[in-house]
Design a protein around this ligand. Structure first.
Ligand code: SAM
Length: 159
């Protein structure tokens, strides 16, 4: 299963959007803490996230804890970043990759860049900074699922 990794998210609405996408597309979600808001199950439920029952969320207390878990599971870390990466459509995803997006305010630190097995970018027009994190996550997850055939919708869309 493809995993979407949220590195220290700090805007609840973006996290809500990504959790909903993960529920709908069948992605697991890893949250690397500390987050900028309460990411406990109780709090997310209180915030009205009614898709919560449909997504497997694992919280990691730090990046080191996440890395220990990832090493044990033998999974690749694919970092979504605007800095010096290869276009997401040129990268060969694996069905169980961990696709990480950075913090809205600051991306990820150098240590996370160094730990990544690969870095991918959604190319955007020159002179503009970046996409919204949830939009970047959706575009990259969509490409990864397209390549790996990882998305099996339960129902075909109605005509
Ligand atoms: C709003 S951006 C962070 C901007 C931050 N000021 C920085 O310098 O990294 C939040 C996250 O969205 C993702 N992101 C945004 N635009 C992207 C793009 N064009 N390609 C890949 N990832 C992108 C990255 O994971 C980034 O860390």
């Amino acid at each position: 299963m493809l995993r979407l990794v949220l590195y220290q998210p700090d805007i609840p609405q973006n996290t809500g959007t990504m959790l909903r996408m993960a529920a709908c597309l069948g992605l697991a979600v890893e949250i690397v803490e500390p987050a900028g808001f309460d990411v406990s199950d109780r709090h997310l439920r209180r915030a009205g996230l009614d898709y919560l029952d449909h997504v497997a969320i694992t919280r990691h207390r730090s990046f080191s804890a996440f890395e220990a878990w990832r090493a044990e599971a033998g999974l690749r870390l694919v970092l979504a970043t605007t800095a010096g990466a290869r276009p997401h459509t040129d990268f060969a995803f694996r069905p169980d990759d961990c696709v990480m997006v950075g913090r809205e305010s600051a991306g990820v630190p150098d240590a996370v860049h160094a730990a990544a097995d690969a870095r991918v970018v959604v190319p955007i027009r020159a002179g503009l900074r970046s996409l919204n994190v949830a939009v970047a996550a959706a575009m990259i997850a969509g490409e990864a699922l397209r390549q790996t055939g990882g998305f099996e919708p339960d129902r075909a869309p109605s005509a």
